[in-house]
Design a binder for this molecule. Structure first.
Ligand code: GLN
Length: 239
């Protein structure tokens, strides 16, 4: 049986927006199709086997928790995450986790290191938190689609030259409230500020991530309820 092998990174620390909902959706979408689903985890001090998982997931976290996670991820998981991304494993990082995928997260006098999977920097600038419903247009190889969710971040993220965003902002703030870009997308590494959680509101994205992780096409499911959840998130964002 084909099995999606997922590794949740720091599920005990990076989970402030019901991020477990994203894992529940991945499990359901697999099991409803008769695919296996295996969930492992790796937290402070644990190593990661880059070949043992098809999809790595890290959720949102508060600045306080991000300090320990940032240092630990660089010390114990950076090489493995690079090896996994290099062989095409999916990495999905939401909000606080997304901020740690790049080079650094500057918080006043502190600078948290990132794992450098993508070329971006995040800065805690003066100014209000970027909060609210958000809609973006993204193309993960199957044509432009809408991702709708909720964002809540103090950090502003800036992509390096040549780095691609996950999508363009239709409504809301996105990476920094200025350049109308949201998230990051390099090969199968995806970062985004959208939660709510993300995947229950956008099951097409969950399916696409499973397809990319397994290198397979999925047959459609009856998504009447899921489409209603998506439509409701889009209405909230005004897109
Ligand atoms: N602590 C980070 C910020 O405020 C991320 C918060 C989050 O994950 N929502 O920018």
């Amino acid at each position: 049986m084909t099995t999606l092998r997922v590794c949740a990174l720091y599920p005990d620390l990076m989970n402030i927006y019901a991020d477990r909902g994203n894992l529940a959706v991945l499990r359901a979408r697999c099991e409803w199709r008769g695919l296996g689903f295996e969930l492992g985890s790796s937290s402070l001090g644990d190593t990661v086997d880059p070949d043992a998982h098809d999809l790595f997931y890290i959720g949102g976290g508060q600045d306080r928790d991000q300090v320990a996670v940032a240092h630990d991820m660089v010390a114990t998981k950076r090489e493995a995450l690079h090896a996994a991304a290099d062989r095409g494993a999916v990495v999905l990082a939401v909000c606080g986790g997304y901020q740690l995928l790049g080079h650094s997260y500057e918080l006043g006098d502190d600078e948290l290191p990132g794992v450098g999977l993508v070329d971006l920097r995040t800065v805690r600038e003066p100014g209000p938190r970027l909060i609210g419903n958000c809609g973006i247009e993204a193309d993960l190889g199957t044509g432009p689609r809408v991702i709708a969710g909720f964002e809540n971040h103090g950090g502003r993220t800036y992509l390096g030259p040549g780095e691609r965003p996950l999508g363009t902002v239709l409504s809301g703030h996105g990476n920094n409230g200025r350049d109308r870009l949201e998230g990051v997308h390099r090969r199968n590494v995806i970062g985004t500020y959208l939660h709510g959680p993300l995947l229950p509101k956008n099951v097409w994205l969950a399916d696409r991530l499973i397809e990319l992780a397994l290198g397979a096409r999925l047959e459609p499911l009856d998504d009447t309820l899921e489409e209603a959840a998506h439509a409701s998130a889009r209405r909230a964002a005004g897109v």
